[in-house]
Design a protein around this ligand. Structure first.
Ligand code: XIL
Length: 297
């Protein structure tokens, strides 16, 4: 196959990218994105601050721009994200207690109703753990330790067709405290019937040439709990070809690793643009890392 999406499809997987609505009329950008990828995540446009800027007033204009652009080209869309400590609208930031709990539930219901039946998956909860595997302190955590399961139960009822994912960074190394904390939560949810279908590993790698310890074991261990896994926001310092090939191979080696998404198209589009972490350079040319991924797929 000659594109990332087609190559991933050979094994039933997808290859995706994050898209920024503001860049869609850049034809270099949109041409590469539509050619190479078959799964799209909105980089910011479906986050709480974008979708409910004022309490009770939902705004889907930018999210829909990305959704429509993608689906008109036959590309699928992942939803990102519903409950997160960051990128909350101002009105939500100082809320607490039952007021915030109800606002979270209303937000999930409002956004998921709009996209009901349309999205492949939702990152229901994003980045809820500390590095040591304990829960991150946030206004959401302050509403009670059960906030995550309430978010997932609300999401399942709101759109039974969307796969429901927990998404986080620094959960790639199997020996790491945060990985173990998320693992224990998924194990607990599965044992108690809390609806969860997938774990998203953001996969923001920061240099070196080898993968975080036992990366593939992390993928297979989550999968063994009965969830799919996906690499949801991949970028790698200086686009190390060995790390890009290795993370691709690790996903291919795990049957329930369903796809890989890179967090942007060109280096110049990246939130880490000074690290040149993506598969296309600022001119839209394929980098060595692109070839290493394509060959591994
Ligand atoms: C980042 C975007 O790329 C930036 O444009 C924005 O300013 C901040 O958020 N983890 C996530 C993503 O789950 O939503 C973040 O995206 C990167 C880290």
């Amino acid at each position: 196959a000659s594109t990332l999406g087609a190559a991933a499809a050979q094994s039933g997987r997808y290859f995706g990218t994050a898209i920024a609505a503001s860049r869609l009329n850049d034809s270099t950008y949109s041409t590469i994105a539509a050619r190479e990828f078959n799964m799209i995540t909105a980089e910011n446009e479906m986050k709480p601050d974008a979708t409910q800027p004022n309490q009770g007033q939902f705004n889907f204009s930018a999210g829909d721009q990305i959704y429509n652009w993608a689906t008109q080209r036959g590309l699928k869309v992942r939803g990102h994200t519903l409950a997160w400590h960051a990128q909350q609208p101002g009105w939500m930031q100082n809320m607490q207690g039952s007021t915030l709990r109800n606002a979270m539930i209303n937000h999930i219901n409002g956004v998921m109703a709009h996209y009901k039946g349309k999205l492949a998956a939702w990152d229901v909860v994003n980045e809820a753990f500390n590095e040591d595997g304990s829960r991150r302190n946030s206004n959401l955590q302050g509403t009670g330790n059960d906030w995550i399961e309430v978010a997932f139960r609300t999401a399942r009822a709101a759109d039974p067709s969307a796969k429901l994912c927990y998404n986080d960074y620094n959960i790639e190394n199997w020996s790491y405290g945060k990985t173990q904390g998320v693992y224990r939560m998924v194990q607990d949810f599965k044992s108690r019937g809390v609806p969860i279908d997938c774990v998203g590993l953001q996969t923001h790698f920061t240099g070196g040439s080898s993968l975080p310890g036992n990366f593939q074991t992390t993928l297979s261990s989550f999968a063994a709990l009965g969830v799919d896994v996906a690499l949801t926001e991949v970028d790698v310092t200086n686009a190390s070809t060995s790390q890009y090939a290795g993370l691709t191979q690790a996903c291919l080696n795990v049957p329930r690793c369903i796809g890989i998404t890179v967090w942007g198209v060109r280096d110049s589009d990246s939130w880490r643009s000074n690290e040149n972490p993506l598969l296309f350079d600022g001119g839209g040319n394929k980098k060595a890392a692109y070839t290493s991924v394509l060959n591994a797929l």
